[in-house]
Design a protein around this ligand. Structure first.
Ligand SMILES: *[C@@H]1O[C@H](CO)[C@@H](O)[C@H](O)[C@H]1NC(C)=O
Ligand SMILES: *[C@@H]1O[C@H](CO)[C@@H](O)[C@H](O)[C@H]1NC(C)=O
Ligand SMILES: [Ca+2]
Ligand SMILES: [Ca+2]
Length: 315
């Protein structure tokens, strides 16, 4: 190759490589990218204690945002505008500096809180908030506020095998699927959103082999702290509540009947629609079979991502 050719080649190569590097910044569907900071953000509008905000951001592969530049503050300022009635503070992470208190008088003596929740003790210097006006202040950690999660683009995790924006997926070759049990309990709706945001879905049984694999996986998983029951996990089946007395039909999150999905066995005496309010599906650790439960309780859940194996087509 002559230099001219080589240089042209390198030039073109750089050009080709530049495009994906510049434009393919991707992460979970519920995060937005900011080019100036080269980071992803999510404005969580639900109000929680600071310690829970930390857990939720961590579950999403991010952290509670610690503002490191004016661009971080502008990003949040812009996001605040989408929620004019949300209040004036969001939780942010501790930047190591002392800030003015966001209120005149603390309403509760923190010493009394120690016995109520030990997890608050490590926050006794207060927690930081960012105001709508872009100021950082200190606030009492036991308050509940919306919060901002952030992850640098070079830390935004993608699992190439499982094709998900999340850590901790385990691949099982015998069913060509990856599974994850996030370490926070959620309602069925929240669990549905969480799996989808990572590029996965709530797990669905498609064969008896998959039931066995999942049962073994559940047995080997430590129980999830805070779950309202520890012996079953939300999965991706759900029914419409019937008011006309017609039969309750469970369908997968892909709108298939259980028969169409390939596995339709319920655990003994299930579905029992206890208290006439069980319209969401779980599977029991004991037998890996389906059980109907109340959708609004906070249970552990299983996300699944199928792996398309190229080698399969050659077998
Ligand atoms: C599926 O494979 C896993 C290892 O990847 C193994 O532990 C498990 O026993 C297998 N399950 C079945 C039902 O063969
Ligand atoms: C789900 O499937 C049923 C029957 O196959 C169909 O009538 C219905 O429109 C589908 N719903 C959605 C949301 O696709
Ligand atoms: Ca499956
Ligand atoms: Ca039940």
């Amino acid at each position: 190759m002559s230099c001219v050719q080589k240089c042209l080649y390198i030039f073109l190569l750089t050009f080709i490589i530049e495009i994906p590097v510049t434009y393919s910044k991707q992460f979970r569907t519920d995060y937005v990218y900011n080019r100036k900071t080269d980071a992803f953000y999510k404005f969580h509008i639900e109000s929680v204690w600071f310690s829970r905000a930390e857990s939720i951001c961590q579950l999403e592969g991010a952290s509670v945002m610690i503002p490191t530049s004016d661009n971080d503050v502008s990003q949040v300022h812009g996001m605040f505008k989408g929620y004019p009635d949300l209040g004036n503070f969001v939780w942010i992470g501790y930047d190591g500096k002392t800030h003015e208190s966001a209120e005149e008088q603390p309403l509760i003596n923190l010493d009394d809180l120690g016995s109520r929740d030990m997890s608050l003790v490590r926050y006794d210097r207060g927690c930081d908030v960012l105001t709508r006006d872009g100021e950082i202040k200190t606030y009492e950690c036991y308050r509940t506020l919306p919060f901002i999660c952030k992850v640098e683009a070079n830390q935004a995790y993608f699992d190439n095998r499982c094709m998900v924006y999340g850590r901790d997926y385990q691949y099982f070759a015998n069913v060509s699927s990856c599974y994850k049990i996030p370490r926070l309990p959620y309602s069925w709706d929240q669990a549905y959103d969480e799996c989808r945001a990572e590029g996965a879905h709530l797990a669905i049984l498609n064969s008896d082999m998959e039931r066995q694999v999942l049962r073994n996986f559940l047995k080997s998983t430590p129980s999830v702290p805070g779950a309202q029951a520890t012996f079953f996990f939300f999965v991706g089946i759900r029914a419409q509540k019937k008011i006309d007395g017609s039969p309750i039909v469970f369908k997968t999150v892909f709108n298939e009947t259980l028969e169409e999905a390939g596995y339709s066995h319920w655990s003994d005496n299930e579905p029992n629609n206890a208290l006439q309010n069980e319209y969401c599906g779980t599977i029991f650790i004991a037998d890996g079979k389906y059980n109907d439960v109340y959708c609004g309780h906070f249970y552990a859940f299983i996300c699944e991502s199928e792996v398309k194996e190229l080698s399969k087509s050659f077998q």
